[in-house]
Design a protein around this ligand. Sequence first.
Ligand code: HEC
Ligand code: HEC
Ligand code: HEC
Length: 142
Amino acid sequence: MKKGLSALVLGILLFSGACLMAAEEQKSPEEYDEDTYGPLAPIIWEKPVKSVIFEHKNHTQGAGLECDSCHDELFPMEAGASAEKEDFTMQTLYDGGYCGACHDGETAFASNTRCTTCHIGVRGHARLSGNAPAAEGHGAKE
Ligand code: HEC
Ligand code: HEC
Ligand code: HEC
């Protein structure tokens, strides 16, 4: 009996938590101020590999970083610019360049972990650009 009750209470708590989170997510676009936090649209690179995502929101509004912690020493204010550079690779990140200036396991999670947090893959790219992949299960590498 008791067990059943606490499971029910836990279930309600989890459910309301999920509702709150959903509500937060829905209202944030209106409250997001691009002048304060940078462009809302995610930046997606397709070179050298498809696709890596960067969101200002997580970094400025979320992590509290100032614009000048990235601009212009690490990145120019131009979406896609870094993908034109030959050294835009994991090795440079591991050596502390680009994202690796912070994603070193101290300031932020290390670049050699959680690959899919940055790499949204081919499917993620398709989802964001509105083209659903033709079919699942063709073994597309992400
Ligand atoms: C954590 C790093 C980081 C921070 C902090 C940051 N940016 Fe950026 N920003 C980037 C990256 C990465 C790009 C894409 C550059 C590239 O592709 O080489 C970018 C691109 C831009 C662009 C160009 C967008 C476009 O569509 O061409 C603007 C404008 C910009 N940032 C404004 C800001 C402003 C304003 C702030 C502070 C409120 C800020 N950024 C803070 C990393 C950052
Ligand atoms: C100036 C420091 C800085 C730079 C440069 C930076 N980041 Fe971050 N990033 C952070 C911090 C701080 C967090 C939040 C703490 C954490 O998740 O470890 C974060 C979080 C993230 C997250 C997780 C967001 C989430 O919560 O889901 C992603 C993805 C990410 N960064 C991608 C990138 C990419 C890609 C680049 C390079 C284009 C980059 N970051 C450059 C500091 C930085
Ligand atoms: C902090 C964000 C971030 C994380 C974490 C990350 N990458 Fe990357 N990765 C990038 C960026 C940025 C690029 C360059 C842009 C592009 O290729 O679209 C890149 C490019 C690459 C490339 C092509 C260039 C090269 O170095 O050969 C490979 C392969 C790659 N990543 C594999 C991985 C693997 C495997 C992991 C996990 C062990 C990982 N990445 C984790 C951001 C990240």
